[in-house]
Design a protein around this ligand. Structure first.
Ligand SMILES: [Zn+2]
Length: 333
């Protein structure tokens, strides 16, 4: 009985903690629609571990930006669950995408919770939109295939070169998504403490540098928002899907002309929030159903938003309980 009461109290306290104590809605200010281009670079399996690797490119790119190493991943900490949430702005419980489903079912328009590419297409009918990925489930099963998004795929190295060629050819996408996968491969085989794991993050760091420089050299960072985000991390032994800190804490880093320099965002930022941030930066009204939100201390002069928990109370309860387990396993493990 005592145990039950203490669990209930913990949940109540947690609810209080995760509801940020700032204004309810973001103002529509100078950052809304201030960007012509949003670049989302996803690093699969990298978790929070940019923090512990030698990443000179990441450091220079985000020297004037906001970096959070403890953004929360989607529960369950698996790839499609997370890339699905990052690209649709709703929880896994809502979008229902899994690795199996995204590999088997081609995504087209007309689904209940479309990706942010659909909203970008509606807002900008003639705009260039692109997604170049290593793990093709994203292009096949998450981003709609009938809305004119330029798509390509290949190994991390091939993807990096294709992206550089793409920008050097003069392409100016409004929304651009990338996913690199090799960190996840090393994580699976050797775990998140292995020197090889950090060496792979450092390889990705060099690729990030090349991607950023290609974008910047072609003048697109002037009105560009550049985001690096991870879907999940890895356990010490390798693998993910669970609730340990190593799996659930992820990197979320942003730089752009109105991003608060040196910010660490707020304590309840999630990787899912990338969907809200991208739409806001491009000046696209967010659909009412989304539970992604604008973190506090991201854009200058813009208050953060409360997590709209009533829109997805199942996810909120699951996330709260999961976080308690994360805290316990973080302490013990
Ligand atoms: Zn993954």
């Amino acid at each position: 009985m005592k145990k039950t009461i203490s669990v209930i109290l913990s949940v109540v306290m947690l609810v209080c903690c995760v509801l940020p104590a700032f204004a309810e809605t973001a103002q529509t200010d100078g950052s809304f629609g201030a960007y012509k281009h949003v670049f989302i670079i996803g690093v699969d399996g990298a978790g929070r571990f940019f923090k512990d690797a030698d990443t000179p490119n990441f450091d220079r790119i985000f020297a004037d930006g906001a970096v959070d190493y403890t953004a929360r991943a989607e529960i369950i900490t698996t790839s499609a669950q997370n890339w699905g949430a990052i690209l649709t702005g709703v929880s896994y419980l809502t979008h229902g995408l899994t690795n199996e489903i995204t590999g088997q079912k081609e995504r087209t328009s007309g689904t209940e919770y479309p990706s942010i590419f659909t909203y970008a297409r509606q807002a900008f009918p003639d705009a260039e939109l692109a997604s170049i990925v290593h793990w093709d489930n994203i292009n096949y099963g998450i981003i709609e295939n009938d809305i004119g998004v330029t798509k390509d795929n290949g190994s991390d190295e091939e993807v990096t070169q294709k992206i550089c060629d793409y920008f050097n050819a003069g392409n100016q996408p409004s929304l651009f998504f990338v996913q690199l996968d090799d960190v996840d491969h090393v994580g699976h085989s050797l775990g998140s403490k292995a020197p090889e794991f950090f060496a792979q993050i450092e390889t990705v760091d060099a690729q990030l540098g090349r991607i950023y420089d290609a974008i910047d050299a072609n003048g697109l960072m002037e009105d560009g928002l550049f985001i690096v985000v991870a879907d999940h991390g890895h356990t010490i032994k390798g693998g993910h899907g669970g609730l340990t800190m190593r799996e659930t804490n992820v990197t979320l880093a942003l730089t752009g002309k109105t991003v608060v320099k040196g910010s660490t965002l707020d304590k309840s930022a999630r990787n899912r929030d990338v969907a809200a941030i991208a739409l806001y930066a491009l000046g696209i009204e967010r659909p009412e159903y989304m539970s992604a939100r604008l973190p506090a201390n991201l854009f200058e002069g813009v208050a953060g938003e409360k997590r709209p928990v009533t829109k997805d109370s199942g996810d909120f309860i699951l996330s709260a309980l999961s976080w308690i387990i994360t805290l316990i396993t973080g302490i013990i493990g």
